[in-house]
Design a protein around this ligand. Sequence first.
Ligand code: KG4
Ligand code: ZN
Length: 417
Amino acid sequence: MYFPMRSLRNRGYSTLRRYFILKQLRGNLRKLSYEPSSTILGIETSCDDTGCAVVTGKKDVLGESLFSQNVLHLRYGGVNPLIARDLHRENIEQAVSEALEKASINIHGIDAIAVTIKPGLLISLQIGVKYARYLAKTYQKPIIPIHHMEAHALVARMFHKIEFPFLAVLISGGHCLLTLVKDVDNFLLLGHTLDNAPGEVLDKAARRMKLRNIPAYSKLAGGKAIETAAKLSKNPELFSFPIPLVKNRDCNFSFSGIQDTFVRHLLRKECEHNAVGDRIIPEVNDLCAGLQMVIAEHIAHRIERAVMFCTKNNLLKESKTIVVSGGVACNNYIFESLKNVGNLLDCNVLRPPPKVCTDNGIMIAWNGIEKLKKGCQIHDISLDSIDPKAPLGTNIIDKVKEANLYVKVRRLKKLIQ
Ligand code: KG4
Ligand code: ZN
């Protein structure tokens, strides 16, 4: 830990004042050494969910709260940043209080505050960071800065016995990444999306199909509505979707072609049935099934190359694990499809419980515990530490490309009924 002795002197603090400031800092640090009883408050506000949780080193979730804005943003077919920021601001205090109350603990019983500082929407991240800094200053607590995507990957270790290194595929409304997790603070980026994220495509597709007009789906996230509708499909192969990037021998993703094909199918059917206004096409369930299937096929194809690359380069242990996390990992069809393909490759495929796959405070608090345990440097943060576009880990995408590994495309319908 860096003690800012000189900077305090430069700021004109007296010797006595310097002594008390440093004593206080050291006091916080002493509390910061890891113990199984270490208790961390996690705060997440990177997108549209205000999530807080109190988690211990023994993996106990003492209390949690989640103020989801999903229903509101459904109307816009995407997250409206200004509304997201205003709702975080409105809810943050209550979210923290609720998590602490449920944990039957007051803020004095917390050892540190973990908060998401990157990546995400700038004005949403600012609300969480400002509040964490206010709490830290008022109650003399250290802050542990957290990377949102690292937290999505690492939280799986709270629920399953997973050793480093492992592969993680992070699929959500804002991201799509394939990463090798070598340690708590050591990630290699194998691939990322070149355009949209899968959750974004699902949300837009759900809106375009007007699924919100079906009362049972009106309050569901777009991806969840599509999963529910797809289950009712009698003919999941009615609509054909080409798998993207089959000729690119890398682990990158692309979902814009899938979105275009989807819109073409929908327009054709809307025209055929004169489905104007609020009317929904009769083949809606089959279209949902086809869309969901090609998303799973595309992700599986990239995962297969990532496993091949890591195996060739001895980057994974003999017992290979793949973690699937992020909001889209809640989708049972997509998860089971990836699990089937992973198992064919001798990999154990795991995900956190679905409610921990989507954005939440638990994963942030847990990441704080992991960092504490690892002894990662914990430094003070300012609002300048916020990085909305922060990449994940060391980028080795070109190395994967150079390896030029051929992977045969698998059509999933043959694997999953
Ligand atoms: O991880 P997350 O909560 O937020 C981001 O960081 O983006 O993911 C939200 C995304 C949304 O696009 C939502 O439609 C999708 O996760 N999602 C699902 C399901 N539940 C949520 N996608 C597919 N199937 C689901 N069951
Ligand atoms: Zn997320």
